[in-house]
Design a protein around this ligand. Structure first.
Ligand code: ASP
Length: 440
């Protein structure tokens, strides 16, 4: 029998109405056997997510404040979901236990994780599915890293015992039995882990947007949705700021070759975006799959006559960066010039900046070295670019016709992406120009 793992984000489970939508989606397809749930998210734009409220409770206790009244608001959120759904379910004992535990310093991660724990209990009851606590199937190592093999083995066995189940997202257990969470947005990772263990045909990730878009809708008006995207393309775009999925959520399913389908709980008939590994079955519709960009980069420009014949020049420069714990983004070079592009965040500290300049001066004795801030990088991503001739020309023409100066160009050897550096204030204009060039 076909099997799908479905994960619902916080806004999809924010109140009873959303629970109803979720139930009708799950029940519409018997293959949707394992459901991963987030904590209740925002019901309206300035609402507060339950996870944030739980973090606040933890902080209040740490500062010796009473959480009684504030915690009551969390109880009300859950109790109103239960009451509105008409469920005969009493979680007052659970709520009481959790408040007590938070008040007795049970830890920051424990507090945060209870959002998904309680929501999943309620959802399991509502769907009449079994409940599998993540703490019995998701394991971290002593050093805090995720233990994928142990998790996969234990979870696979556990899932076999349940035909239909709800599993809370976001957390697992440390070897000493304490709760640990993934980073924020981590229920996406749980969904991916469950998909791998269940050997699912598909991982459906239900959220509040109709999939990935070809460009940021805050910059480009009504960008088209992306029907299919490869894991690698998604990595490139997410790195440049396009976010729809936690970036670590890709690895477990990618490893197992399971596609991810991003879907919209509020528009269930929309096909959403398929994230796949192979490209062959899914031809891209446009030459480019998407375009995204990010501000906040700096360039270290180094010049020295005869640099090209000086063996080890590049290594010595990069050694200085390594000694200062800096990773670099790009490394365009000329015969006598080398530019290193790094995130400006590394160079915020003037003292550190000076130290780096001094060390590079000492190590390679350049004729000149300057750091320029204010660079934005944009990535034009598309598996279709390998086959299409003249894509780079079209990208550059679009940018230059918009009156924008290009400060850097880099194309990965896989021809999957073209990276362009522009002044920060030109970023939005450049993104729009490229999008318009390829999507008519
Ligand atoms: N509830 C957690 C958060 O707000 C995890 C998640 O929703 O994925 O980050």
């Amino acid at each position: 029998m076909e099997m799908k793992v479905v994960k619902f984000g916080g806004s999809s489970l924010a109140d009873a109405n959303q629970f109803r939508r979720v139930a009708s989606i799950v029940k519409a397809d018997p293959a949707r056997r394992y459901v991963v749930a987030s904590a209740p998210g925002k019901r309206f734009s300035d609402d507060v997510k339950v996870t944030d409220m739980l973090y606040n409770c933890y902080e209040m206790v740490r500062h010796g404040k009473d959480i009684g009244e504030y915690y009551q608001q969390i109880c009300e959120r859950y109790n109103s979901i239960i009451a509105d759904l008409g469920l005969d379910f009493d979680i007052s004992g659970e709520l009481e236990y959790i408040r007590n535990a938070i008040e007795h310093y049970s830890g920051r991660d424990f507090a945060a994780s209870r959002g998904e724990y309680l929501n999943s209990l309620i959802l399991a009851k509502y769907l009449k599915f079994d409940f599998i606590d993540a703490e019995s199937v998701i394991y971290f190592r002593e050093n805090g890293t995720f233990d994928e093999e142990k998790t996969n083995t234990v979870m696979r066995e556990e899932l076999k015992k349940h035909q239909y189940a709800v599993i809370p997202g976001f957390y697992g257990v440390m070897p000493n039995g304490t709760i640990k969470t993934f980073s924020r947005g981590g229920s996406d990772i749980t969904g991916s882990i469950v998909s791998r263990a269940a050997e699912a045909e598909l991982y459906e990730n239900w959220t509040d947007v109709s999939g990935c878009l070809m460009a940021d809708p805050r910059i480009v008006e009504n960008p088209l949705p992306i029907k299919t995207i490869t894991y690698r393309e998604l990595r490139e775009l997410s790195y440049m700021g396009a976010s729809v999925l936690h970036e670590d959520a890709i690895f477990p399913v990618r490893y197992a070759g399971i596609p991810i389908n991003i879907r919209n709980t509020n528009d269930p008939s929309a096909p959403g975006t398929m994230i796949v590994s192979a490209t062959s079955e899914y031809d891209s519709e446009h030459v480019i799959t998407g375009v995204a960009g990010r501000r906040g980069f700096s360039v270290i420009n180094i010049e020295k006559d005869m640099m090209n014949s000086e063996i080890g020049f590049g290594r010595r420069v990069l050694d200085v960066l390594e000694d200062n714990d800096i990773s670099f983004e790009h490394l365009p070079s000329g015969v006598d010039t080398m530019s290193v592009i790094v995130s400006s965040a590394y160079l915020k500290d003037e003292f550190k900046k000076e130290r780096i300049l001094t060390s590079i001066n000492k190590r390679v004795h350049p004729d000149s070295i300057v750091i320029e801030d204010g660079l934005a990088l944009l990535a034009v991503v598309g598996r279709g670019m390998v086959k299409a001739k003249g894509t780079a020309a079209r990208v550059f023409a679009a940018i230059s016709n918009a009156g924008i100066n290009i400060r850097m160009i880099d194309q990965g050897s896989s021809e999957l992406n073209i990276i362009i550096g522009v002044e920060e204030h030109d970023l939005e204009k450049a993104l729009t120009a490229i999008y318009k060039e390829f999507v008519k």
